[in-house]
Design a protein around this ligand. Sequence first.
Ligand SMILES: N[C@@H](CCC[C@H](N)C(=O)O)C(=O)O
Length: 266
Amino acid sequence: MVAFTKMHGLGNDFVVLDERAAPLGLTPDLARRIADRHFGIGCDQLISLEAAPGADVFIRIRNPDGSDAGACGNATRCVASLIAAETGQRQITVRTIAGDLPCTILRPDRVVADMGAPRLGWHDVPLAEAMDTLALPIAEAAAACSMGNPHATLFVDDIAAVDIGKDGPLLEHHPIFPERANIGFAQILAPDHIRLAMWERGAGQTLACGSGACAAIVNAHRRGMTRRRATISMPGGDLILEWRESDGHVLMEGPVATAFTGSFAL
Ligand SMILES: N[C@@H](CCC[C@H](N)C(=O)O)C(=O)O
């Protein structure tokens, strides 16, 4: 039997598997089956912990459609809290495909993750051809950046008026995004407050998305709509984001929780 921990950050939920001692031999098909909410355990992302010399842990991030992702802000915070509970450390470095992310444990259920610097060039996102990442030709007010994974933020007057189930998948698969993209719909409530709804690449509509919240503060500030620090309110709850001026890193503070543990036959 394989043991797992079911965790979430603001309802963005993860099945966490420990592959530090030995790989489980997961395939995209197995990932899809574990993530299935009807026939499997169910989650927005499947997270594998792997040994990482020089860091506390490496996380491999898989979407429910079996695809890999370079970043997952909420899982980064969740895993940092898990490793902190094991080691008693307050500073945890979580390694991802996109780089090492230092995390600070404020409380067992509250973590700050340094998500690194956003990448703002069209080829970084990536986009299909050279263009201004602050003015994508897909909507009146749309901007893109990479947080280690591709994000587009569409600024709208009223999130309630957006048909996310229709527009989300159309934009995720838009030819402008050769690797698809995570799509955020952002409504500016105040210079320090953004309402955000997410359509995640490979996962669909989720209650929250950490890297999407990072992209929202970066893109909103670049467009002159907010300060560098803001609360991002998503259906699952609030994150506090700061795009730090001194080094350009994005800091994300928010809650983490373990829902339950269990085991299954692979
Ligand atoms: N939920 C995540 C993002 C997960 C990866 C994303 N769907 C992708 O394919 O890039 C977060 O909290 O950042």
